[in-house]
Write a protein that binds this ligand. Structure first.
Ligand SMILES: Cc1ncc(C[n+]2csc(CCOP(=O)(O)OP(=O)(O)O)c2C)c(N)n1
Length: 764
């Protein structure tokens, strides 16, 4: 059967109406008594729910009192981090996490202590003794209860240690409160960028779908986040028909994600309902993205059992392929946005009192007593156990070692790569093999060289998936991926929505759970649409997690220029990217390098921006058929010479080579031309060695000179090889302006061979 998206569309203007259906609110009418009677929870698990809610509340009350200096066990301790406490929301976090299993994942927010603590506690409660022992190797406990107790204390300790910025923290003190993550229990990270974690969650769920690993992602985010573009793009992404249609004989399986909106009714101070949104319920958002409204519901987030029930139903549905799910979870935060917000301006104490009357802990304690699970002294015992455990953990965390100062940028990059593909991923299904790319005199184009690299790596490793706008049937705007769909199938090669932020963000999430996405942005100019996902997420998670996770993704961007496409399709923005630490930046200029570097990039475990020049796509060059790699971060001397060094990268390299030939022919000047090939890592040694020999240098790129990476090269030379210089280092780039459409203007806008020759002459 032809999928709907491949069926012809036909004009049909017969009148009809769209029924957007209804969204239920507060479906759950159970309580502890009915759950116990149904056997869907036992007494121990119910006490576990209470204890986990108490751990969160006690931990966050500790932050409040530590800040004010009133926490006795830590008198005088200087707590420096943010104070976005989630007190009031414990029922939602614990209820949701209690319904997940170990192979599931969560993402969370700036207000994420609760989610993080809950995920850890609930995961520990589901672990076998063997797994628990791995978490507390020094424990001599034998009994399960004691082992669990030790593991819970270690969890609280590592959480507080992270909030205190200590080396023992989950992220070795690199993440802190707003980026806490524990990848060992599938916690893919809190996120200080409102909405920033949502595409990551979506990508992780997409990855679980691809791997068929049965995992579900519970994506915690606030109501405020659901005004943010990338969040709405994520809803669209997760609900795409190509993922969710159930078609006979097709391998469709909905994306297993639960969008769990922690709707505490305020963003920072702005009111989501009735102020900054046009819908009265965030749940209505779901109706705009999926015909089935993503099974949207409004859920009572003050009731731990209601949250648990919703996520149990949704996770089961997700495992059956019915995702995504969307819950608008009605809850409240008792404190302000942070402790510096006294919350006087935007809400009343009466409102707060009304919500506190529905407190998730108090109401659940009452149910435990009413059902005879615990009596009042029993509750006091749990409360005291939590208080004492948290205090012990806090004292230990305060005394724990700080990260060594000399390690300040340790974990920026990883030095690992895929040497050998694990057997389970080495078996690759080829649907329709493409004929080998034809060589004429051993040469192929830069475009085909990149394509050949992608094909070889996709053949080698089934974790490599390829997506971007129009890359499937059409083969991409520049036809680089033509045939890949037919060869590897739609599970591995698919069209993305026009959603650059999500293309990048889903790649981050998918790579976090083990895939190796290669994604395409049609023009580098569109990178600006995905700024956060590239600049705050892809680049930072290895460091912010304290090296718990690697983000092995390749982000291919193509640079226009010289085609009369004007200001928004002609920029080469590598300089903005090198300013974001954490990304590798590759910019090859020959077919040989393009192939070898692409293969290295796909095998490397760092996130890599792979910049391609449209102007070079048709350039031919020798590319061997035998397997080879070009290492990243190693510059190439493309022409040797003694009189002057020309440093260039990308499409500026052929210009520099022409300039060198002209200098030789016209003036007998023998220029050395260095192709950086990679901007990060920057091969300083090769450049310095050349400058030490020649004594002068021109640095060339196609980018505008203002703020260009060429300045970085020039200043590095000046700092490290000043004594060898006979003249100042000169830079050549595009004019400091916006690329024009007019052919006449464009011809003078970009650097020309004569500009390089003139620059060289000016210092010789
Ligand atoms: C992209 C972005 N914009 C603004 C902020 C500043 N900020 C931090 S929290 C917040 C409100 C978030 O509201 P919501 O998503 O409802 O979560 P809540 O704080 O209510 O838990 C804002 C505006 C930010 N961190 N990130």
């Amino acid at each position: 059967m032809t999928p709907a998206y491949l069926q012809d569309s036909r004009p049909d203007f017969a009148p009809f109406e769209i029924d957007c259906g209804t969204i239920p609110a507060f479906r759950y009418q159970g309580n502890l008594k009915s759950e116990l009677a149904a056997g869907s929870i036992d007494a121990a698990a119910a006490v576990g729910l209470l204890e986990d809610m108490l751990i969160i509340r006690e931990l966050e009350e500790m932050i409040v009192t530590v800040r004010s200096g009133a926490y006795e066990p830590l008198a005088g301790f200087n707590y420096r981090g943010p104070t976005h406490v989630s007190i009031g929301q414990e029922g939602a976090s614990v209820g949701a996490c209690s319904a997940l299993i170990l192979k599931d994942h969560i993402t969370s927010t700036h207000r994420g202590h609760g989610d993080s603590v809950a995920r850890g506690c609930c995961a520990l409660r589901g672990m076998t003794d063997d797994l628990l022992r791995k978490r507390v190797p020094h424990s001599t406990a034998v009994a399960h209860g004691e082992l669990l107790e030790h593991a819970l204390e270690e969890h609280v300790y590592r959480t507080i240690a992270e909030l205190f910025g200590k080396e023992d923290g989950y992220c070795r003190g690199r993440g802190g409160s707003m980026h806490i993550a524990d990848f060992t229990v599938g916690h893919l990270g809190a996120n200080a960028i409102v909405g920033g974690g949502v595409p990551i969650a979506t990508g992780a769920a997409m990855g679980s779908r691809y791997l068929r690993d049965g995992g579900v992602v519970c994506c915690f985010a606030g109501d405020g986040a659901y005004c943010n573009g990338v969040v709405l793009e994520s809803l669209n992404w997760a609900a795409q028909a190509q993922f969710t249609n159930e078609m006979a004989g097709d391998r469709r399986f909905g994306v297993p994600i639960i969008f769990f909106v922690l709707n505490n009714h305020y963003a920072m101070t702005g009111r989501s309902d009735n102020e900054v949104m046009g819908v009265s319920h965030v749940a209505q958002r779901a109706a705009g993205f999926a015909d089935n409204r993503m099974h949207a519901e409004i859920v009572n987030g003050m009731d731990v059992l209601a949250a648990r029930d919703a996520v149990m139903r949704a996770s089961q549905g997700c495992r059956e392929g019915k995702g995504p799910y969307f819950f608008d979870v009605d809850t409240y935060r008792y404190y302000g946005h942070s402790l510096s917000d006294p919350r006087n301006e935007y809400r009343t104490r009466d409102e707060e009192t009304a919500w506190k009357a529905a407190d998730p802990i108090v109401t659940f304690e009452k149910q435990l007593v009413d059902c005879g699970v615990l009596d009042q002294p029993g509750i006091a015992t749990v409360e005291k156990r939590v208080r004492d455990r948290n205090a012990r953990a806090a004292v230990r965390a305060a005394q724990a070692a700080d990260p060594p100062a000399e390690d300040v940028i340790k974990y920026m990059y990883t030095d690992t790569f895929v040497d050998k593909v694990p057997a389970e991923f080495a078996k690759v299904e080829i649907l329709e093999a493409l004929p080998p790319i034809k060589r004429v005199n051993g040469e192929i184009t830069y475009r085909d060289a990149i394509k050949e690299a992608v094909i070889e790596e996709m053949r080698r490793d089934s974790r490599v998936i390829f997506y971007g706008e129009d890359v499937a049937e059409y083969g991409g705007a520049f036809k680089l991926s033509k045939g890949l769909l037919e060869m590897f199938g739609r599970a591995r090669v698919f069209n993305a929505p026009i959603s650059e932020a999500c293309i990048c963000g889903t790649a981050v999430g998918a790579s976090m759970i083990g895939l190796r996405p290669v994604v395409e942005l049609m023009y580098m100019d569109f990178l600006l649409m995905s700024g956060d996902q590239v600049g705050n997420q892809a680049s930072k998670w290895h460091y912010m997690s304290g090296a718990q996770v690697e983000v092995p993704m390749v982000l291919r961007v193509s640079v226009g220029a010289g085609k009369g496409y004007g200001g928004q399709h002609s920029q080469t923005l590598e300089s903005t990217v090198v300013h974001v630490p954490g990304l590798y930046v590759a910019y090859p200029c020959t077919p040989y390098d393009a192939k070898g570097m692409m293969k290295s990039a796909i095998r490397d475990n760092n996130p890599i921006m792979f910049i391609e020049s449209q102007g070079l796509y048709n350039e031919k060059g020798p590319v061997p058929t035998e397997e080879y790699l070009v290492p990243l971060g190693v510059a190439d001397v493309k022409r040797t010479g003694n009189d002057i060094t020309l440093v260039a990268y990308g499409p500026a390299v052929p210009l520099a080579l022409k300039a060198a030939a002209q200098l030789q022919n016209e003036s007998g000047v023998n220029a050395e031309v260095i192709d950086l090939r990679c901007l990060v890592p920057f091969d300083v040694e090769t450049v310095l060695k050349s400058v030490q020999k020649t004594g002068s240098c021109v640095v060339v790129s196609q980018a505008v000179s203002m703020g260009s990476f060429t300045g970085e090269v020039a200043s590095t030379i000046q700092q490290q090889a000043f004594d060898y210089l006979d003249a100042p280092v000169v830079r050549v780039g595009a004019k400091n302006g916006i690329a024009p459409q007019s052919h006449v203007l464009e011809a003078v806008f970009y650097p020309r061979v004569q500009d390089i020759v003139a620059a060289a002459r000016s210092i010789l």
